[in-house]
Design a binder for this molecule. Sequence first.
Ligand code: FEO
Length: 408
Amino acid sequence: MATYRVQEIEDGFYILRVNDRYTNYFEALWEIPEGITYNAYLLKTSEGAVLFDGWKKVYSSQLIDALETVIGPEELRYVVVNHLEPDHSGSLEDVLRWAPNAKVLGSRLAARLIKAFPRARERFQAVGDGEALELGGERIRFIYTPWLHWPETMVSWVETRRILVTCDAFGGYGIPFGLFDDECIRWEDALRAMQKYVVTVIGHYRGWIVKALDKLHKAGIKPRIIAPAHGLMWRKDPGYVMRFYERLARGTPVKGKALVVYGSMYGTVENMVRRLVCAMAREGYSPVVYGFTDSKRPQLSEILTDAIDSEVILIAAPTYEADLFPLIRLVAEEICWKASDGKKAVIVSSYGWGSMAARRLREILEGCNFSVVESIEYNSVGPAGLHLAEVEELAKKVVEALKKGGEA
Ligand code: FEO
């Protein structure tokens, strides 16, 4: 049984948060040993209550228990569905069964998906982009933010309180002890949790994040609190969080940060990469290294989190079955899918009988707008590998190529 929290964070505005420690692979893809929360929000007014989003289906009955600690079923007037992915909409039908008067508000595109929800489709009312709901002295404006994370997504701006309810946007992984970003957590850890969520879940649609942030900016929206559907609420410095989010969306690199990912079956590639990492560090780069070997397997979700703001990406792999080592192929394709943006790349590959890995890596990386500044291939399967002098020579070559492609 998951634990949940209901807390009135200010007069009449509540967070309802369930802590999911059982999902190890979010969307059946992303490794999250740290867990995840689903946050719904409740605004209680003199004319009834508004619920923003919900929880995963498996936690439906707990969500109703949580609601009952604050309101009776007759009091719930509206359920706002900012986004219909099942981690937020799984509880919708059960909530509507419990609350006989509640209408469902969502974007016009949400109308298409809501057909799959028998109760919700009967009570659905589309709201236009920029339309506002007035209730009991509160004013809530709905702003379409397509592709954050699905086409139907919108955010709810509780104008009267300057609270922005954002569903996936600004969400983070983990089950923090506190509810806000200024409680019991290092600021950098809170931002890292958000970075990991945005890259893995919304990374492919980052151009839309930039558009959405511009739209909010032009609408003069300056939230006092950002209230996402995963992780912490942001109140310490929401303006900074929005700027940080935009930098991630634009793929703005941290100066000198270098992501190094390699696959190494018998240590040949790993030995080479170690030398290259030392050479890069000497030149002022800050390498973040992930290696797939016969004793370790890093998490793709963490690799992508570091890919998004790296200035340089070095990928190393052996040729395997006359093709690219498969785990590195997956990594390279996912980096392309979520975090390319014209970054510099270095390719390193080893082979025994025939060379293919470097060619395949180049195809993948150049196919998504990476600038491959150097590609090293070497023939070695023996225990000695290359002579130290040869490796140092290659390391120098890589560093020179990186310098030509732009200073660290
Ligand atoms: Fe948290 Fe797109 O769902």
